[in-house]
Design a protein around this ligand. Structure first.
Ligand SMILES: [Zn+2]
Length: 373
């Protein structure tokens, strides 16, 4: 059987189609993806009070006014594209380019394709990544789970002179010293069982830590893997704590990569995909955003059998679903993420969009904060 990406099923949308859209047609496409009902432009759900009704629509401004709370809103109000300056067509084209590049797209390439500045492209790509991140599927996995860690951002060692060697090594362990930017991306990969269309893994959850730490591995498994599942891992002692609640199967990589049918190759495949994206395209990334890159690789890997048209509308819907992203509104004016997503902080409620705002007051306060920034 030919590779999926060679089949016509994988190609359902082309850039040509996006670029032929007028700004009004692109607006309609966004409206259809956000609130459905493409035929009636007035049928919307007010992003301020949450009531669905036929709102007043001012065509010249492309602006609605809510009949209930009397507030104005636009198509991108309270979405990842809030406060946008780019034309809608460019934003849609960026999403399609992002979806088409399985191993990631660099901001430079994006800026060349769309003839926008590097800074704009950088922020736009990150908005897409963070929208994917905030809408991750975090329901517990079960069955066969492959787990492994991958090192990132370890800089190359300096010239290794013999006389300096003792200084470059840790005096106790005799291993080379830990480089400060080095992090570990830990991935949990669920084996696709009873799925005729998909080989390998069908869901991936990623986390980051300073090393493959036993505490993080245990906490991750307790939160995202059902008890009694089969865990496939390597000989790393970080996985030893899993014996109690799970069936742990370890393969010693010093001897073999697959022994008696036991391997963690799904995790190794993910690592290979992620490394292609991280080192092959982006070369390096800030540790503050490293998990977003890893999650992009996980998303692309989990959805590898979807057509690019489906991927496009999936990513677009997620961007229209999440609220404006605090770090990326005014990034070049100094709005930056303040800390890395180490260990389980990546799964705190602020990092998951659905539980982000428990009530409307909080949401309104947040909007005012954003406008003041
Ligand atoms: Zn309203």
């Amino acid at each position: 059987m030919a590779h999926y990406l060679l089949s016509s099923k994988s190609k359902t949308l082309s850039l040509k189609h996006i670029f032929r859209l007028s700004e009004d047609e692109a607006f309609k496409l966004l409206k259809a993806n956000r609130w459905g009902n493409p035929d009636n432009v007035c049928d919307v759900c007010c992003p301020h009070c949450g009531i669905r009704h036929n709102a007043y629509f001012l065509t010249s401004r492309k602006r609605w006014c809510c009949k209930h709370c009397q507030r104005y809103f636009y198509i991108t109000t309270n979405t990842a594209f809030a406060f946008h300056k780019l034309p809608f067509v460019d934003i849609l084209a960026a999403i399609l380019l992002f979806a088409n590049e399985v191993k990631g797209i660099s901001a430079i390439t994006m800026s060349r394709h769309l003839n926008i500045s590097y800074k704009t492209a950088f922020v736009l790509c990150h908005k897409l990544r963070e929208a994917l991140f905030k809408t991750r599927d975090l329901t517990p996995m079960q069955g066969e789970i492959h787990e492994d860690g991958a090192w990132i951002n370890f800089t190359l060692r300096k010239t290794n002179y013999h006389k300096n060697r003792s200084k470059q090594r840790d005096s106790k362990t005799k291993f080379p010293k830990f480089r400060p930017t080095k992090r570990c991306i830990i991935s949990l990969n669920q084996h696709a069982s009873n799925d005729e269309t998909l080989w390998g893994s069908n869901r991936t959850i990623v986390a980051m830590d300073y090393s493959e730490s036993a505490n993080t591995v245990l906490a991750l498994n307790h939160q995202f893997v059902k008890q009694g599942s089969d865990i496939m891992c390597d000989e790393n002692p970080a996985y030893n704590g899993l014996d109690f609640h799970y069936n742990k199967w370890a393969v010693n990589h010093q001897e073999a990569f697959s022994a008696k049918g036991i391997n963690n190759n799904l995790a190794e495949s993910f690592n290979a995909r992620f490394r292609d994206l991280h080192r092959g395209v982006h070369h390096k990334c800030d540790n503050k955003y490293a998990l977003h890159y890893a999650n992009q690789a996980a998303f692309m890997s989990d959805n590898r059998q979807k057509s690019n048209g489906d991927l496009f509308s999936d990513i677009l819907k997620r961007c229209l679903w999440v609220l404006p992203l605090r770090e990326w509104v005014g990034y070049w004016q100094g709005n930056h993420r303040t800390q890395e997503l180490i260990g389980m902080t990546a799964f705190s409620s602020e990092e998951i969009s659905q539980s982000y705002f428990k009530n409307l007051n909080e949401r309104m306060k947040y909007e005012q904060e954003l406008l003041a920034a």
